[in-house]
Structure formats: C-alpha cells, structure tokens
Design a protein around this ligand. Structure first.
Ligand code: ZN
Length: 117
C-alpha cells in the first residue's frame, strides 16, 4: 500500500478525551524520557510542579506542541478538554478503576464537503 502524501498544513488533528493534567502526576523517569528525546522545551511547557520529584503532566499540550513541530497549523489541532479520570459519568479510566475499567473507542468521520463550505 502506497502512503498518502498530505502537506502538513492540510492536516487537522483531534486529541482526546484522555487523562488530564489534573490527574496525571509523573516522576523523574517520565521526565527523563521526554528530556532524553530532546523535548526539554515541550516538557517545561507541559508540566507544573507536584510533590518533590513529581510533576503534573499535560499530555494534550505535549501532543499539540509535537503536532506543530511537524508543521501542522496550531489552529487545526482540536483538543477535547475532558479528563477521563475525573469524569466517571462519561468515561472509563484505568487510573480510577484499575483493571476492571472498561474500554472506550473513538472514531472520526470524514464528510464530503457540501457546496459553500
Ligand atoms: Zn482529572
């Protein structure tokens, strides 16, 4: 199968739902992973301090920055604000429910453009 070649500026990205910064405290090995990949700036823009040696990580900000880094227009990165751990009414969460957590699926539908769009 031949790969499609789509200019970065024509790509639209949707992120989430997923765990929010409110619920994702990480430790030094996670920081070291990102920094080791040369993502120090993204790390600093995506975290706030937690307990000593821990940080609250916003994966959605990190995803946006990585998309923009590849040439995607920042305005075309749509991030859903929901935190799957906080919002038990709508989402399953491994962090909240452990192994008994259900699974969720997401999908995107590509619509044909209508005249005038
Ligand atoms: Zn949360």
């Amino acid at each position: 199968m031949e790969a499609l070649k789509v200019p970065s500026e024509d790509i639209t990205i949707a992120v989430g739902p997923g765990i929010g910064q409110c619920c994702l405290e990480v430790d030094a090995p996670v920081r070291d992973f990102f920094v080791g990949q040369g993502r120090q700036n993204q790390w600093e823009a995506s975290v706030r301090d937690g307990r000593p040696g821990h940080w609250w990580l916003d994966l959605k900000i990190m995803a946006r920055m990585q998309a923009v880094e590849t040439g995607v227009n920042e305005r075309r990165v749509d991030i859903l604000p929901y935190c799957t751990r906080c919002d038990a009414e709508y989402f399953y969460s491994y962090r909240r429910e452990g192994l008994a957590a259900g699974r969720q699926a997401n999908y995107i539908v590509l619509k044909e453009r209508e005249e005038g769009e």
